[in-house]
Design a protein around this ligand. Structure first.
Ligand SMILES: [Zn+2]
Length: 83
């Protein structure tokens, strides 16, 4: 099995998207637990390493090449008043 060295600043796509609609997370802490920040809403979570490694679908070292996060409009959120 290939050992992946995750580093702070890496961006990963997880199996399960966050409720905000983004499935990309930025690593802000490594170790026994991984600290992840949602790229959609900035929410932070801590995940035990084994669980994190199983959930990762894709990885962009230092976030390079990661596609921009596009959030779907949320029901109940006001729209159309950008200006
Ligand atoms: Zn989120």
């Amino acid at each position: 099995m290939e050992i992946v060295r995750y580093e702070i600043g890496d961006v990963v796509r997880l199996k399960k998207p966050h409720p905000c609609g983004s499935d990309q997370w930025e690593i802000y802490r490594t170790g026994l637990d991984f600290g992840l920040r949602c790229r959609g809403c900035g929410h932070r979570v801590m995940i035990p390493r084994p669980k994190f490694e199983k959930a990762v679908r894709q990885r962009w070292p230092h976030g390079e090449g990661a596609p921009p996060v596009v959030l779907p409009p949320r029901p109940g959120q006001r729209k159309g008043r950008q200006r």
